[in-house]
Design a protein around this ligand. Structure first.
Ligand code: SAM
Length: 288
């Protein structure tokens, strides 16, 4: 039994350390006893695969990860939680807490120094204010990791997992699908947290691809094209790309024709192959 899901106990520990929750840092700590063991079991950490956790909070997930993985490195931004973690994780000698910002930290170096050439996965209950930027940063860095198993708001999970070309898809769906194969694992109700947020959450797993699913000549241009297409998602592709890429409409029509994509399509109707075809033609500089 993980004592850190005992609300009376966790409140006592936090108050003894003078800790108060920061909304700005997305501090909603898990107190539902079934969630962390499930995440730990599904994240891929093992006797041979290490785990990096982002935002350990009071250590509730960290303690479960430490039971399945040979080593856990947990990156926490809030310095006030360091003495809390020193106490709550004192029984786990395979855990190292690093104070740092997941948006700034050099993960390539951390992985090299802490795990050598060994296999690593990421597992986290992410702070909601930086869900998409953190996921994109970790994917774009092309870290030597197998997968990311993360808890995010349910709505963000739906968007991330949506297959490009379907109604629920957004720019983040296409960006994530470029680097990984996302999978919805399970839903977590708002009442599972202290304090309880307003919305439900979900745990998703992103399996890192060895190769992207489409061939693009310029990755930055591919992502720029995807963002431009979704900037005004209710408008036709011709309109949104013209605005998003600052190009005359005649030029956009020529690009879409060459890429074989109907101008009247909306961004949510486009497959990864079609996004790639458009970006590759944009890269050729048609009509410029
Ligand atoms: N893992 C704990 C749990 O499940 O109860 C806490 C999760 S809480 C949603 C998010 C955690 O991320 C908090 O501990 C917060 O202080 C930390 N955090 C917020 N911004 C961060 C950042 N930029 N880098 C690293 N940690 C961050």
């Amino acid at each position: 039994m993980n004592r850190l899901t005992d609300i009376a106990y966790i409140k006592e520990v936090l108050s003894r350390h003078g800790f108060t929750f920061s909304k700005a840092l997305g501090q909603n700590f898990l107190v539902n006893p079934s969630v962390c063991p499930k995440m730990a079991a599904m994240c891929g950490g093992s006797e041979t695969v290490g785990v990096i956790e982002i935002g350990p909070g009071a250590g509730v997930l960290t303690a479960e990860l430490a039971k399945v993985a040979y080593k856990v490195v947990a990156v926490e931004l809030d310095k006030r939680l360091l003495p809390v973690l020193a106490e709550t994780l004192s029984g786990h000698d395979n855990v190292k807490v690093v104070q740092g910002d997941a948006m700034q930290l050099d993960f390539v170096r951390l992985i090299r120094e802490e795990f050598g050439g060994g296999e690593v996965v990421i597992c986290a209950n992410l702070p909601y204010y930086i869900t998409s930027p953190v996921i994109m940063r970790l994917l774009e860095e092309k870290l030597p990791i197998r997968s990311l198993t993360v808890m995010v708001q349910k709505e963000a999970a739906d968007r991330i997992c949506a297959v490009p070309g379907t109604r629920a898809a957004g720019a983040i769906s296409a960006a994530v699908h470029y680097y990984a194969e996302p999978e919805m694992l399970f839903k977590v109700s708002a009442g599972s947290f202290l304090p309880a947020p307003k919305v439900d959450s979900a745990v998703i797993r992103l399996h890192i691809r060895q190769e992207p699913p489409v061939q693009v000549t310029d990755e930055a241009l591919f992502f720029k094209t995807v963002r431009a297409a979704f900037l005004q998602r209710r408008k036709t592709l011709a309109n949104s790309l013209s605005a998003g890429l600052s190009m005359p409409k005649t030029e956009v029509h020529a690009i879409l024709e060459k890429a074989g994509v109907p101008s009247a399509f909306r961004a949510e109707q486009l497959s990864m192959q079609q996004f790639a075809a458009i970006a590759n033609v944009v890269g050729e500089g048609i009509g410029v």
